[in-house]
Design a protein around this ligand. Structure first.
Ligand code: MTE
Ligand code: HPA
Ligand code: MOS
Length: 763
């Protein structure tokens, strides 16, 4: 299916599988790439700003709209009462995600009203004084996932997935361990914040420029809110300055407010959040709390495990149900768990509604088992690597996941072998032990962790895509597809696929903005499937054109003629030179009630070895070295894939070691709402000795686009090794006999707490 029909064209132009610069790289570096705020503003453009709730939970008694209107420079004020259609922008559970607060406020930071002004600064200054204009009767608030769990407050009913009899297996096991783990959330920190620019057009239609991963859902949200048909709303996105999941569903509120104001005022309206408001109003990666009990044998094999996964969902469901599903379907990570019982709780708290973030719950599920295996190894006095391998999924047996999908493409062992050799893992562990023996304060640590990540949306029907390919009479090609570009390179990969299929140079192919008027009913660019889905759809479109051209050229004896010549001749002979394309991932199934089926088309694998040095007096650490080996099948573009692997590693390292979210324990205010207090990794945090990244060389056994694999999210799990290397270093303080109770993020404070706990237990 992936074979090019004309071998001589492939030989002349192998456009896939080679390093190609990102299609916009030259624009990015020159500051010439157009983001939403760079679109030249139309005459009469107005600016919106949002008034945010000053309390975490309360009854919304009044909004003094009359007084807001009299503020100098304010052109209009909108509240929930002004929304003609449904006041809801939630993606799955309908009715719990108001665009503007109505009746109650559910978190500190919730948008309550919008003010519109010709001058953005004026609008923002008035909006920032929100508490002067709203009357709210405070109600009791639940601010942490544990509190909400104790109160049985959930955004959706608990989810359960069990295989075998975990309880009996634990009870009968030679060894048992019962513990807790706390993993913090993470802000997407896209460099371009949430933004929408809505332009009213003729006959009750609207064009919304929106920084979004999901133009179709934005189209629907706006249409529902404004009581319009989908064919009256056009949503366009040329590119995002990063999305990372934060613009999968949560761009909707801003699209709806800008569209509401534009429609009501008959003027273009832009809503661009500043960084603090973006932090205060939108959600992020779910923090998780885990309670678990495990039974294991002398080799460290897990015989039975029971775990509660408690996610902080925030005030509404948003994407929490599929995030929890993915967490539960990734608790196994690389390991066969014969008896397992998982219980997922999406705790409803009075905080921002948490949402998609690179990995989509997968990292949270998988880190729990990695933490557990790390503890088991220490208790048995074994190298955690050996305990991990003892639990790996098998190739000829022990290959069925708890959700009953068979792991058919297992490459864990060869990938592990290769990384152990290139990283010199065993030798370095010995060197580190020697170093630590002579170093009472500075302790080094090392860890190896593997990755297995399921590819496909865990909601079956999202696994489809469309594309539109135009060949112009000069031989140049324009591609439009349902995917959105957020820096990950989907446009570059799709253009490579089209160039390859048509047998022309990549320079002849251009991708355009994602637009609901070109390809309809698209899925979010998410779940790492952008290139898998849209690449196949674009290939389908290009193939149709090629086949028409081939037939025509054969007929006219033009088979060897240059592309532009054949195209020009075909045009005059009235051959259709553009085509649509479509793709739907085959063979998927999922039963939501039993949480079983085949949710994933295939798995992507990887492994990492990280080494750190920890100052046990201050709790600070330095990441010394990282060796990453990641499976992308047969890469469409190794340069871009390596960028994705390294970017995900550093982003995940930030999540697990330095990015800390702190809400005020009484008011529920997010205190870390700017880069002054919320620290993301910088170039200085990259491994100081070496960062070595390699792609594992093996084609995808599944029939994906040119046998490649999705790469966006899976490598976010690689930095588990950094967190566990810190734990290894801390454990050296107690001679590796005591499990450090290390939480994430492993900030200096968290590391010191763990050091002190180990010291106390060792005494
Ligand atoms: N890379 C960049 N540069 N910027 C991003 O916003 N998002 C990640 C990943 N890599 C992101 C990124 C997330 S969350 C996903 S799901 C995938 O890219 C989406 O794109 P893809 O499906 O085309 O890989
Ligand atoms: N990833 C991202 N977004 C999604 C998913 C997923 O697996 N399922 C539903 N929305
Ligand atoms: Mo990515 S979290 O699926 O947008």
């Amino acid at each position: 299916m992936n074979k090019q029909a004309e071998p001589f064209l492939v030989a002349a132009a192998p456009q896939v599988g080679s390093d190609r610069a990102h299609e916009s790289a030259h624009l990015h570096v020159a500051g010439e790439a157009t983001y939403i705020d760079d679109i030249r503003e139309l005459d009469g453009t107005l600016h919106a700003a949002l008034g945010l709730s000053p309390v975490a939970h309360g009854r919304l008694v009044a909004i003094d709209v009359a007084r807001l209107r009299t503020e100098p420079g304010i052109a209009a004020v909108f509240t929930a009462a002004d929304i003609p259609g449904v006041n809801d922008c939630g993606p799955i559970v309908k009715g719990d995600d108001p665009i503007l607060a109505q009746g109650e406020v559910h978190f500190l930071g919730q948008p309550v009203f919008a003010v519109i002004a010709a001058d953005r600064r004026v609008a923002r200054r008035v909006a920032a004084r929100a508490k002067e204009f709203v009357t709210i009767e405070p109600l009791p608030a639940l601010l942490t996932a544990r509190e909400a769990h104790a109160a049985k407050a959930y955004v959706v009913p608990p989810m359960h997935l069990a295989r075998g009899d975990a309880r009996s297996a634990i009870d009968a096991a030679p060894h048992r361990l019962k513990d807790q783990l706390s993993i913090g959330g993470q802000e997407q920190f896209y460099l371009e914040g949430q933004i929408s620019y809505a332009v009213p057009l003729e006959d009750d239609t609207l064009l919304v420029h929106c920084s979004t991963q999901h133009p179709t859902e934005m189209q629907h949200a706006v249409a529902h809110a404004l009581e319009l048909h989908a064919n009256q709303v056009q949503v366009q996105c040329r590119r995002m300055g990063g999305g990372f999941g934060g613009k999968e569903s949560q761009s909707a509120l801003f699209a709806c407010v800008a569209a509401l104001a534009a429609k009501r005022l008959g003027r273009p309206v832009k809503l661009r959040l500043d960084r603090d408001d973006d932090f205060m109003a939108t959600g992020r990666r779910h923090g998780f709390e885990f309670d678990f009990e495990v039974g294991y044998d002398d080799a460290g094999r897990v015989l039975g495990v029971e775990i509660d996964l408690i996610a902080n969902a925030g005030f509404s469901a948003d994407l929490s149900p599929p995030v929890m599903t993915r967490a539960i379907c990734h608790f196994d990570n690389a390991y066969w768990l014969p008896n397992v019982s998982m219980h997922g709780y999406c705790a409803r708290t009075n905080t921002q509604s948490n949402t998609a973030f690179r990995g989509f719950g997968g990292p949270q599920g998988a880190i729990a088992i990695e933490f557990i295996l790390d503890s088991i190894a220490r208790r048995l006095g074994k190298d955690p690597l050996d305990v991990r391998r003892a639990n790996y999924y098998g190739v000829t047996s022990n290959y069925v996941t708890p959700y009953l999908q068979r792991v058919e493409d297992n490459i864990l062992e060869p990938l592990t072998e290769q990384l152990l050799a290139t990283s010199r893992y065993r030798e370095r562990r010995a060197e580190i032990a020697a170093f630590n023996a002579g170093s009472p304060v500075l302790k080094r640590g090392i860890a190896f962790t593997p990755v297995k990540f399921g590819i496909s949306f865990n909601v079956n029907h999202f696994n489809q895509a469309g594309a539109l390919v135009h060949v112009y009479t000069d031989g140049s090609v324009l591609v439009n597809h349902g995917g959105t570009e957020m820096g990950q390179g989907v446009n570059t990969k799709v253009a490579q696929v089209v160039a390859h299929e048509l047998g022309i140079p990549l320079s002849s192919v251009r991708c355009t903005a994602t637009d609901t008027q070109k390809v309809a009913n698209t899925s979010a660019t998410a779940a790492s499937t952008g290139a898998d889905l849209n690449g196949k759809a674009a290939q389908d479109a290009a193939r149709k054109i090629r086949e028409r051209l081939d037939a025509f050229a054969a007929e006219r004896g033009l088979a060897g003629a240059p592309f532009a010549e054949r195209v020009a001749a075909a045009y005059t002979a009235r051959v259709q030179l553009w085509s649509d394309g479509f793709y739907a991932t085959p063979g998927l199934s999922w039963d939501r009630a039993t949480m079983t089926g085949k949710p994933f088309f295939y798995f992507a694998y990887g492994a990492a070895v990280s080494e750190v040095i920890v100052d046990t007096l201050t709790g600070e650490h330095k990441l010394l070295a990282a060796d990453l080996l990641h499976d992308v099948g047969t890469s469409l573009n190794p340069a871009i894939d390596i960028g994705q692997v390294e970017g995900a590693y550093i982003q995940g390292y930030g999540w697990l070691t330095m990015e800390e979210l702190v809400w005020h324990p009484k008011s529920g205010a997010l205190l870390t709402h700017a880069p002054s207090t919320y620290k993301i990794p910088t170039a200085n945090d990259a491994p100081s000795v070496h960062l070595r990244t390699a792609l594992f060389d093996a084609p995808n056994p599944a029939d994906t686009i040119h046998r490649s694999k999705a790469v966006g999210e899976p490598p976010l799990l690689l930095p588990f090794s950094a967190l566990l290397a810190i734990r290894d270093a801390v454990s050296a303080v107690g001679g590796h006999r005591i499990d450090p109770p290390l939480r994430a993020p492993a900030t200096p404070e968290a590391v010191l707490d763990a050091v002190e706990a180990v010291r106390a237990a060792a005494r």
